[in-house]
Design a protein around this ligand. Sequence first.
Ligand SMILES: Nc1ncnc2c1ncn2[C@@H]1O[C@H](COP(=O)(O)OP(=O)(O)OP(=O)(O)O)[C@@H](O)[C@H]1O
Length: 772
Amino acid sequence: MGRTGGGNPRTYSVKPSDYKLLEEVGYGASATVYRAIYLPFNEVVAIKCLDLDRCNSNLDDVRREAQTMSLIDHPNVVRAYCSFVVERNLWVVMPFMAEGSCLHLMKIAYPDGFEEAAIGSILKETLKALDYLHRQGHIHRDVKAGNILLDTNGFVKLADFGVSACMFDTGDRQRSRNTFVGTPCWMAPEVLQPGSGYNSKADIWSFGITALELAHGHAPFSKYPPMKVLLMTIQNAPPGLDYDRDKSCDQSFKEMVAMCLVKDQTKRPTAEKLLKHSFFKNAKPPELSVKKLFAELPPLWNRVKALQLKDAAQLALKRMPSAEQEALSQSEYQRGVSAWNFDLEDLKAQASLVRDDDDDLQEMHEEDEKLRSIFLEKDAPHSQSIQGKLNSNCEILCEGQSSGDKLLQGECLNNKGKILECDVQESGFQEKTGLKKNGSLTEATTSTIEKEMVMPRTRTPVKVRQTYSGPLMPGAVLTHSASERGRLSERSENDKPLTEKVISEVRRTPSFSGPLMLPNRASANSLSAPIKSSGGFRDSLDDKSKANLVQIKGRFSVTSENLDLVKDIPLSTVQRRSSQGSPLRKSASVGDWIFDSKQLPVNQSPKELNNSIIPASLLMPHLQNLFQQTSIQQDLIMNLLSSLQSTEVVDAAAQNGKLPPLPRSPENNGSVIFWYHGSLIPLCYALGWIDAWKVLIYILALIVYVIQQAETAASERERLLLMRISELQTRMNSLTDELTAEKLKYIQLQQQLIAVSSQDENGDRGEGVSEN
Ligand SMILES: Nc1ncnc2c1ncn2[C@@H]1O[C@H](COP(=O)(O)OP(=O)(O)OP(=O)(O)O)[C@@H](O)[C@H]1O
């Protein structure tokens, strides 16, 4: 079923042996993309391998669609040169876009999004593609940063239209699917609402969402589970560029996005009309604004590998979900969710089952910023001193050291330097990247790749937010098993470096991510829901904390030497608590959490444990338990920090009004402590368990310390509130007095009025009598 692309004078054969598959350069929900050589022309091409087993269409439909698609020919649309079946896969041969997708680029180097000039160029080229497709009577239906590809000249092409799309759509993407393969973040409200009907304006909505994605580094609502996104898209006001972080955006940009994100599809402009918008009139040619985005980056396949390792590490961070959530996920997976034929009420009910503490994602990001600024600005001297301590002899730690993932844990901890080699020649690395040590180390993965890697160019130095999303795939999406891959790429599993095996393993790991499932592997092709612990898409506070202030799960520059952290603990706190028996106790103000001292080896103090040789098998369960406890405590601390943060409001009120400001010293700022805390978890690993007990005691002491501070702050707030109440009461009393006085006056005036009017009447009567 071969075909040649329209307008291309060259003919590409449909013999698999004419193609040599090279590196993997991308993967999405439905396919893996390889760089390849077309041997007859010795030309580099890209081959997208789609799994036919997952195809909802029959081959005739695909063939028909392929014929239609051969007419597609536009400089901004990636076309397929030809397509043919190889075993159970459909190979789609296309031009190789050497810089990959915008999403890849953001994930690797621009986690906070691109600069506006580049966005303008990328969007304009994408819009030209849409204009063309719409004129031809097509709807793309999957416009997003992951489908906007770039080549070395900065040229922009819209991908994923044609055979690959029809594979799962047969021309009507909405009704042919029985599983939710799309990504609801980009979907227009009318597309999500069954029966409402949609047209090419749905692409304009997705285009607007893509604009936000390029500006922020992630799509709106991307942290939420799919069903929640779905409901938010339908129920909430449309997202836009109207938050604090968007202040610097040009007015025309904001306006253009607002025009696209109108819920009433009839009020959205056509692509043609939108192209005339002033935002696009001023857009620079992509050679000028886009090309420079990847000027210093390593080759695409190395970036992709780094991303895969990072995803693998992220996946390893998952904790096992609770039985309840797992059951929910499983049942959802079993019955499959039709994206297009769902019962909204049913979805609402399911969405309510997904644990999600915060309904306001937009504000969440700004809250993150606030927290971060507390850390960065208000306690700058303190934080700097901490950072100074942590940064010397910097060592980048592995991600993925979840106690739950034995594979990665083993590799990272025991074979460090061998599997997920995490140490980086820091000075050279920094020279190359120009980043500060406290910058986002989110891309730290393997030494081989990392040495070539360019670090994310964050707009702000410490921002480490990273969000992941995913097309909504059933749990068993990963049909490219390691062996299949091996066959496709003509490489045997045994020849693969161990890192690839790690990735393959991780890809096969099932995903327990809520009612609509995440892809088994963290898709590098779509951003949004992070791989969650507890089986949900977000862990309420956990997410918030991860988002900005602290990257909790590793990725820190820390010192493995010269660290006498225990020295810094308020020792009195430790002693007081430990004298009560268990290091941590139930605290009324923060909820129930108990450090399970029963699980500690009996008759051994932490110090003894530290000095004696204890088999790892004995220590591991305890440490795992402690880490679990720690993450629960971490959530609680974040709760406390949020309440501490809210005291700022009272402070502000105090400054405006009559109340004295809250006492606050640099030492009692929870965020700094929490930063310590977040850094110390990976530090335990860095110290190779030897000093783990010391560190754990330190963590516990810090927790106690934070709680004490929070309690102090809470009682202070209580006192201030009481003062305020009594002040209000006094004011109310005086106002009541005033009111009474006014009432009296009013009564007197009424009486005077009556007296005057009766006098007048008497006078009138007297005159009448005298006249008579
Ligand atoms: N022609 C190409 N040249 C270079 N890289 C490509 C090419 N086509 C796709 N890729 C890379 O592969 C990734 C996955 O491709 P694609 O989006 O087509 O897969 P998919 O399974 O359809 O994904 P999804 O369903 O999530 O959109 C892209 O994000 C991009 O990074």
